[in-house]
Design a protein around this ligand. Structure first.
Ligand code: HEC
Length: 442
């Protein structure tokens, strides 16, 4: 049997996969491969696909094809096996050997084996009566919705990626401070919305955003990596398949009267025609919470103030890192409980990580994203609860980029020549930014 190479484009990166090598695998480790001929779609594969793929791969959703029926899954079987065994699908960027997270979308090794062996065994259909009961992952939802804010209508531009920011003013009726304790986003057109980030700006920052908004015709304005202006935090993140989450128990994000939520929507219209639509966010609100959460941006200020994050043209493996005692960011020398984290780079990024270096010299992995994909950014909440960071502990962020000639953006089918890249907002600039969402322990 020949091994066939499949070239996958993932963001701007390309992965080479070998498929059809099952006889080779069988020679090397005969007992490791379960027999595919006894596996059937209805009994073994449908439960995996229904729980882990269909949320995005159904008509009207972001997935490029449906995986609802036996025929659907069979006709995309070979390519799905390649993506599933390479752990590109379902999208789940973090490395689970570093830490474990709530709302984990990834398949277990056993599920991956089952899917791959079923494809190798000829993709048998089986009997619908044998399908076990399934449940949907990732569908926690908000426990209560107290406020819905909606953007003006916008039609994404017909190009593969359109990044648009919309201003959502905090309602004037809230004259007292409120806390956001749960977040969801509802794109009007699920087939084109790839990710949504909700940034928080203070009343003092509103006029800067009004200027950005007024400079462009139509609803909102073009923005790439972040909101295009200063922020005081992040209210929530949405990715396809998401149906909203309450914040961890007792934790809330303070919203002062007059604040502004800046919603960045990443539209991808490669596989769907652009449609005029509005985007809404649902918020759960409380007047009081036990823990006032803050978002600490984690990056070296010299990267943008002194332009010191240089990624030289032509180099394929450039890293920058920043390490600091967390308690230097707030007074009183108190510990910090880290509840969720978010990492951000642009298109040349290949990997990124956060680790905590304890005062006693040991290190613990917070998050590691070994194959950066700009399209799949999320907040990650630890499944074992918050990570306590004590005075004297350091948090280190590290980012790696590929700025070689082969990894450049294409314009009209041509790769652009590499150039020195530094920190900036544009898609051709880069960032290395962590968000530490947590609570200063009283
Ligand atoms: C959270 C949403 C989501 C989930 C869950 C998901 N996919 Fe995808 N899938 C996508 C999107 C979006 C793309 C298009 C590429 C991209 O943006 O990464 C895609 C692309 C693919 C492709 C490549 C299609 C091509 O030819 O380019 C395959 C194969 C695939 N998915 C299979 C699966 C399988 C099998 C599962 C479940 C085991 C799954 N996906 C789960 C959203 C999802």
């Amino acid at each position: 049997m020949h091994c066939k190479e499949i070239k996958l484009s993932v963001g701007l990166g390309v992965i080479l996969l070998s498929v059809g090598c099952s006889s080779l695998t069988a020679i090397e480790s005969p007992e490791a491969t379960p027999s595919g001929e006894t596996l059937t779609y209805y009994e073994h594969v449908k439960p995996i696909v229904d729980d882990n793929c269909v949320v995005c791969h159904t008509n009207g959703q972001i997935g490029p094809f449906a995986l609802n029926t036996y025929d659907d899954v069979k006709s995309h079987g070979l390519v799905s096996k390649a993506y599933v065994t390479a752990k590109v699908m379902p999208p789940w960027p973090p490395d689970n050997t570093c830490n474990t997270y709530k709302y984990d979308r990834s398949l277990t090794d056993e599920q991956i084996d089952t899917f791959a062996s079923w494809v190798d065994g000829g993709m048998l259909e089986g009997d619908p009566a044998t399908t076990p009961q399934t449940r949907n992952n990732n569908q926690d939802g908000l426990s209560r919705v107290d406020l819905t804010l909606t953007t003006e209508e916008y039609t994404p531009q017909q190009m593969s990626d359109d990044y648009r920011c919309f201003l959502l003013r905090w309602p004037e009726k809230y004259t007292e401070r409120k806390y956001v304790t749960g977040f969801n986003a509802i794109p009007g057109d699920l087939a084109s919305a790839h990710h949504i980030l909700a940034f928080l700006a203070s009343a003092a920052q509103v006029s800067e955003y009004e200027r950005l908004d007024a400079n462009e015709v139509g609803a909102g304005y073009t923005c790439f990596g972040t909101s295009g202006g200063p922020v005081i935090g992040v209210v929530g993140v949405w990715a396809p398949g998401g149906s909203g989450r309450d914040l961890p128990g007792g934790v809330g994000i303070l919203i002062e009267p007059g604040a502004l939520i800046v919603l960045q929507v990443h539209y991808n219209t490669l596989t769907s025609a652009p449609k005029a639509a509005q985007v809404s966010i649902d918020l759960k609100l409380d007047d009081m919470v036990e823990h006032d959460a803050i978002t600490l941006p984690w990056a070296d200020p010299l990267w943008w103030l002194a332009d010191s994050m240089t990624i030289p043209a032509g180099l394929s493996d450039v890293s920058h890192s920043f390490s600091k005692d967390i308690t230097s960011f707030f007074s009183g020398g108190r510990p910090f409980d880290l509840y969720q984290t978010f990492l951000h780079m642009h298109m040349l990024g290949t990997k990124t990580s956060l680790v905590v270096e304890r005062k006693n010299g040991t290190t613990e992995c917070i998050i590691s994203i070994p194959r950066w994909d700009f399209n799949w950014q999320d907040f990650y909440e630890f499944s074992d609860g918050p990570i306590r960071v004590n005075p004297g502990d350091k948090i280190t962020i590290e980012c790696t980029w590929d700025n070689s000639a082969e990894n450049q953006p294409r314009v009209d089918g041509q790769l652009l020549p590499p150039r020195d890249v530094g920190w900036g907002e544009n898609s051709t600039d880069e960032m290395c930014l962590g968000s530490l969402f947590g609570v200063v322990v009283k």
